[in-house]
Design a protein around this ligand. Structure first.
Ligand SMILES: Cc1cc2nc3c(=O)[nH]c(=O)nc-3n(C[C@H](O)[C@H](O)[C@H](O)COP(=O)(O)O)c2cc1C
Length: 191
């Protein structure tokens, strides 16, 4: 299979990490690849905060508080085993040595805000694929959006930013099964 296709299909969400630190130049490389994503009106509305060491512990504690908000939805969607995996993951972000927060510019017009959030999402996917090529694992997380206000207050960014996602990242300490793609929702309209 074409190498690029393989990278896309073999990337997995990783929720358990080795404690080994990630060299700063590797983090910088993958974040810069994130920034090569397309963006609405070329606004490049993303910002990346990279937390390591004591800073990572502090932000991890704030993000972990979101678990209680997502439990009803988890119960709806998953069996008990998966609920337990997610609870353990949120309690310490899987032991990831680094957590990246992705912020978007805050915009007053809904349509422009949407464009900014989608641009950030494109950057996140680039970053995740680049991390995979570097032998790293990561998990794109929006569960912590439940504590967006607290996160933005902690960063002093309530007035000009929106939180898009948290990404715990590190060297994988698990090989998760591949979740099958459930739907093939392509609508071909040809005449
Ligand atoms: C927008 C978005 C939000 C997500 N939020 C979470 C999250 O809060 N917690 C989590 O454990 N996984 C989260 N995930 C990861 C998905 O659960 C995962 O991508 C999906 O199960 C498919 O698995 P794969 O990434 O290994 O292919 C999120 C993924 C996306 C794209």
């Amino acid at each position: 299979m074409n190498d690029f296709y393989k990278v896309i299909m073999e990337r997995r969400s990783i929720r358990k990490f080795k404690p080994d630190p990630i060299p700063k130049e590797v983090l910088e490389r993958i974040i810069k690849l994130g920034m090569w994503a397309p963006s609405a009106m070329n606004t490049q509305p993303w910002e990346f905060y990279v937390f390591s060491n004591a800073a990572r512990e502090r932000i991890g504690e704030i993000l972990g508080k979101s678990y209680k908000n997502i439990t009803p939805r988890l119960k709806e969607l998953f069996l008990e085993k998966m609920q337990n995996i997610v609870r353990y993951f949120f309690s310490d972000m899987g032991g990831a040595p680094t957590i990246i927060l992705v912020l978007s510019k805050k915009l007053p017009v809904e349509q422009y805000q949407q464009g900014a959030i989608q641009s950030c999402a494109a950057a996140i996917q680039n970053l995740l694929l680049a991390a995979h090529i570097e032998g790293l694992g990561a998990c794109w997380m929006t569960g912590p959006l439940w504590v967006e206000e607290e996160v933005l207050a902690y960063l002093g960014r309530q007035d000009d930013a929106r939180m898009v996602a948290a990404i715990p990242i590190g060297y994988p300490d698990q090989t998760p099964p591949t979740p099958l793609r459930k739907h093939e929702t392509i609508h071909w309209l040809e005449d």
